[in-house]
Design a protein around this ligand. Structure first.
Ligand code: SF4
Length: 493
């Protein structure tokens, strides 16, 4: 058994006292004894990479934010707890299991970058996790963990997929709709000051571009540090035990452990933590119970962000570099498994529909080509394809990512092109009428994952491309529907 418990405790931690009894708090204590630069150097030496999907080096991110700090305006640490990647439930599991370790990591991050505010960006549908985090904040206050002058709060945002995108999360916290900004990884963040500047700079009024330049006159907020739940959960023990200890597990380029979600055609869908570099097949066996009796795994999707992994690639180590080498990616380590009874074309048609609906429409190819792709794939699944549909899939698959402002469109491209390249046979069988007609699979956010039981957000089947649940689509993209880009009303949960 290779499962480990660096981030995911074997039993839930229910109180701060229990956490302290389990050696919690030692990272924060150590952080209080040293200068911020020492914390950042330790993070850099550890090689910790962001666990939200991109795998960006966390120490580099912290250093950039620190070096761009403003003498006049303190920065903010945002905990990205808006998990919504289909097939992924690891951040919610971590928060349910032990929110204290994430909060401790965020408090250390705040010391490192000089932040006066920590915001947990969560979805208001995450009732259990919101309650756990609020209780943890309260206990931390009472225990004197939170420095004077540091404010910690929870922001409960919409359920849209894009709300988990880093810049869209900041937009939502700033009071706008969750539409991605044009911005580098570390952008100016959460304040009305920034909002005013950004609005003025944006001709469209949508997703204002923001500058990466350093603070000029103190009137502009410094970059905001946004880190994923699992990333921050790794921080306390790196600071308490050191970078070398962290590197005792994992690979050179992907040190440490990774919390994986395994769902789909397996015996016991679940969440578990393994050392980076564990073969994917072993992860599926140990975290998800392995394939069902008499079944053969044919494909695995790593969230809806990367190309399909094929049967002959199942022994690939679960690491950023190895998954990339096989033309896929690690993403947030949410593995959806498909066996020889599943229709791979229907699965990809479901991914295509999900991404086309969740596209905000700020970039025309992402929304329009995305919807066209989803429609063509649906026709193929249903056995209604005409001679042009395969052509349409190839053409729009090539253009959907053009001029994309965020990764969603590129995800769409990666998943669809992997179907065309790696499962051409399956696609052709539908077109020739040799495969049983079917509907696109329901691919959407997990609402719950407990005791081997997955609960999907069924309501997504009714969601329209304008993000309403009306009977008919208005014909508008969300970005057009929202007009002035302010969020006067809550989006439907
Ligand atoms: S790529 Fe798609 S989801 Fe991302 S900003 Fe553009 S239209 Fe929106």
């Amino acid at each position: 058994m290779t499962t480990v418990h660096r981030v995911l405790h074997p039993d839930p931690i229910n109180t701060l006292d229990d956490y302290v009894a389990a050696r919690g708090g030692q990272g924060l204590e150590a952080a209080r004894q040293v200068e911020p630069g020492v914390l950042i150097a330790e993070l850099e030496a550890s090689g910790l990479r962001g666990r939200g999907g991109a795998g960006f080096p966390t120490g580099t991110k912290w250093r950039t934010v620190r070096e761009n700090h403003s003498p006049a305006v303190a920065t903010t640490v945002v905990v990205n707890a808006a998990e919504g990647e289909p097939g992924t439930f690891k951040d919610r599991t971590i928060l349910r299991n032990n929110p204290y370790q994430v909060l401790e990591g965020a408090l250390i991050a705040a010391r490192a970058v000089g932040a006066s505010h920590i915001i947990f960006g969560m979805k208001r549908t995450f009732a259990i996790e919101v309650e756990r985090v609020n209780n943890a904040i309260k206990e931390a206050h009472e225990a004197g963990w939170i420095d004077r002058g540091v404010e910690v709060s929870v922001f409960e945002g919409p359920s849209e997929y894009l709300y988990g995108e880093e810049t869209a999360l900041l937009e939502a916290i700033d009071g706008r709709y969750p539409l991605p900004r044009i911005a580098p990884p570390f952008r100016r963040g959460v304040t009305e000051v920034v909002q005013t500047e950004a609005d003025a700079a944006s001709e469209s009024g949508l997703a204002a571009p923001v500058s990466m330049a350093g603070p000029s006159d103190g009137a502009v907020a410094p970059p905001t540090l946004v880190d994923n739940v699992e990333t921050l959960a790794n921080v306390p023990r790196i600071i308490a035990r050191g970078a070398d200890w962290f590197r005792t597990q994992g690979t050179e380029k992907s040190p440490g452990t990774i919390v994986c979600t395994v769902t789909g055609s397996v015996k016991a869908p679940g969440v578990g933590e393994v050392p980076m570099g564990t073969p994917l097949r072993q992860v599926i066996d140990e975290v998800g119970g392995g394939p069902r009796a008499g079944r053969r795994i044919r494909a695995v999707l790593s969230g809806v962000a990367n190309g399909l992994v094929t049967e002959d690639q199942l022994d690939t180590p679960v690491s950023y570099e190895a998954m990339q080498e096989i033309g896929s990616g690690l993403g947030s380590a949410g593995f959806m498994v498909f066996d020889d009874h599943d229709d791979i074309t229907a699965a990809v048609a479901g991914v295509s529909r999900f991404l086309a609906i969740e596209s905000c429409g700020q970039c025309t190819p992402c929304k329009q080509d995305g919807l066209t792709l989803a429609d063509a794939l649906a026709r193929v699944c249903r056995g209604e394809a005409d001679g042009t549909d395969l052509e349409v899939i190839a053409q729009r698959g090539a253009t959907v990512g053009d001029n994309a402002r965020c990764y969603l469109a590129l995800q769409h491209q990666a998943v669809v092109s992997s179907l065309v390249e790696r499962f051409a046979h399956d696609l052709a069988a539908h077109v020739r009428g040799e495969a049983a007609p079917t509907e696109p699979a329901l691919i959407t956010e997990l609402v719950d994952l407990d005791d081997g039981r997955t609960v999907l957000d069924d309501r997504f089947a009714q969601k329209q491309p304008d993000w309403t649940y009306d009977d008919e689509w208005s014909g508008k993209a969300p970005a057009d529907r929202f007009g002035d880009h302010r969020a006067p009303e809550e989006l439907e949960a």
